[in-house]
Design a protein around this ligand. Structure first.
Ligand code: UDX
Length: 445
């Protein structure tokens, strides 16, 4: 099938590459010439495990092309996926200007039937707006032409995006006409061995499902983060509690890990957007407001622990920091807790020496000229002379560090772990003062 994907961000590029992998002829359009140049030179503009191989294989096979040429891209695909950004407005609602611009661009140029698929996370009702934008653009040309609008939200996780796309838990298709439903079923047939995994529903429910899923997951995390604070105060260990409740199948084990707060491009934005949608129709979504507020608080939990240990004034102190990305497996710094932690520590007069396996370049871009922040070439190189080590992202390489080096090179053996990588009992045996999330407070060494 001939498919066009508009937007080569995480969602667009993974969608385009994986659809080409299944034998479709895919053209990816982006207005950012820099991105298209990288892609046409055999690279990818983001860090995503396994994606480069899929992109290169399919580009070589002639099934995957990249262009900035809007005319050619619209002419190509019977199915046009819109996978452009929906950044939050100042008030938290999703900004649809890129989605609607893509819809207009299609309407201005199409010469035959198209299925226009919203892949971006967009608020309920957007499909109607996309429909209107295409119809208006057609009318301006004095044309009437058949087209369908479909909602097909993407659930991929950064760091596991290719795997998630190739082996989805479910595929949600919101569509209201048979022609479009048939086309979508045939595109996704190779991805769903179990046909029940393709859920076809009305447009608004499909749009809503994406927000509901992310809001539920964010809620679980904020809930656990809040419980972890209480566990610390009452002398319980949240890691036992997590296992204790997670073994109830009604609760399940996933997304119950307390930490330094959630970040990324989806949870923060989608929770805000849902709260905003509620406000627009006069509904106060108090649970979700609390989820967001708890997350903002949680981003400060590590600094609160540092302040409890060293006092509010951190001038003259230096901290080693492991991890900058909002989670492992990505260089994405959007809404990363590390940004709040770095800013807080520096505002209190401290210096930070940070290391991240892939996100340091991106960190420099989003925190330019941050005085007091330096980067080290490896995790051990952050340590010499630092007052303590802070672990912010749970990269695999941080899970079995050289504890002797931590002990020998820090000013004192002191670790603040925002991701609960180690057992307090082991750390005590190693002679390391270990502050984790929601776990019993250590005795001072
Ligand atoms: C998320 C959704 O999982 C995905 O389905 C959707 O399409 C996009 O948003 P992503 O943002 O890539 O994906 O990351 P995810 O792995 O879900 O993690 C989000 C954040 O939650 C990270 O900051 C992570 O550290 C945090 N998290 C996750 C926790 O703090 N605890 C957990 O138990 C799980």
């Amino acid at each position: 099938m001939k498919i066009t994907v508009v937007g080569t961000g995480y969602v667009g590029l993974v969608t385009g590459a994986c659809l080409a992998e299944m034998g479709n002829h895919v053209v990816c359009l982006d207005l950012d010439a820099r991105k298209i140049e990288i892609l046409n030179n055999g690279g990818i503009p983001i860090h995503e495990p396994g994606l480069l191989e899929v992109v290169q294989r399919n580009a070589k096979g002639g099934r995957l092309e990249f262009t900035t040429d809007v005319d050619a891209a619209v002419a190509h695909g019977t199915v046009q996926f819109i996978a452009v950004g929906t950044p939050p407005d100042e008030d938290g609602s999703a900004d649809l200007k890129y989605v609607l611009a893509a819809a207009r661009a299609i309407g201005e140029r199409m010469t035959d039937y198209k299925v226009i698929v919203d892949k971006s996370t967009v608020p309920v009702g957007t499909a109607d707006k996309v429909h209107a934008a295409v119809a208006e653009a057609l009318a301006a040309r004095g044309e009437t032409m058949e087209f369908s609008v479909v909602s097909n939200p993407e659930f991929l996780k950064e760091g596991a995006a290719v795997e998630d796309f190739m082996r989805p838990d479910r595929i949600i298709v919101g569509a209201e006409d048979e022609r479009a439903i048939l086309l979508m079923r045939s595109i996704y047939a190779p991805f769903v061995r179990n046909r029940d995994r393709l859920l076809v529903m009305d447009l608004r429910s499909a749009e809503f499902t994406k927000y509901a899923a992310n809001a539920m997951l964010a809620t679980r995390i904020s809930f656990m983060n809040e419980l972890s604070r209480l566990a610390e105060r009452v002398g319980a260990d949240i890691e036992w509690v997590r296992q204790g409740i997670g073994s109830d199948p009604r609760i399940g084990t996933h997304f119950l890990y307390p930490g330094a707060g959630y970040g990324g491009s989806c949870f923060p934005k989608d929770v805000k957007a849902l709260v905003r949608s509620g406000a627009e129709v006069g509904l106060n979504l108090g649970v979700l407001e609390a989820v967001e507020a708890a997350n903002e608080r949680q981003k400060q939990v590590l600094v609160e622990k540092v302040v409890a240990r060293f006092g509010a004034d951190l001038s003259g102190r230096r901290f080693a920091m492991w991890g900058l990305a909002f989670k492992p497996g990505t260089d994405d710094m959007r809404e990363a807790p590390s940004r709040v932690i770095v800013a807080d520590l520096i505002a209190r007069g401290a210096e930070v020496v940070a290391y991240d396996p892939v996100a340091m370049e991106e960190a420099q871009r989003v925190m330019p000229g941050q005085a007091g922040l330096r980067y080290a070439a490896s995790a051990p190189e952050t340590l010499p002379g630092a007052d303590a080590l802070l672990i912010v992202t749970e990269w695999k390489e941080f899970r079995s560090p050289d504890f002797d080096a931590i002990r020998a090179q820090l000013k004192q053996p002191l670790v603040f772990d925002g991701r609960n990588l180690f057992e307090p009992i082991d750390m005590a045996q190693l002679g390391i003062e270990y502050h984790a999330i929601g776990r019993p407070a250590p005795k001072r060494a």
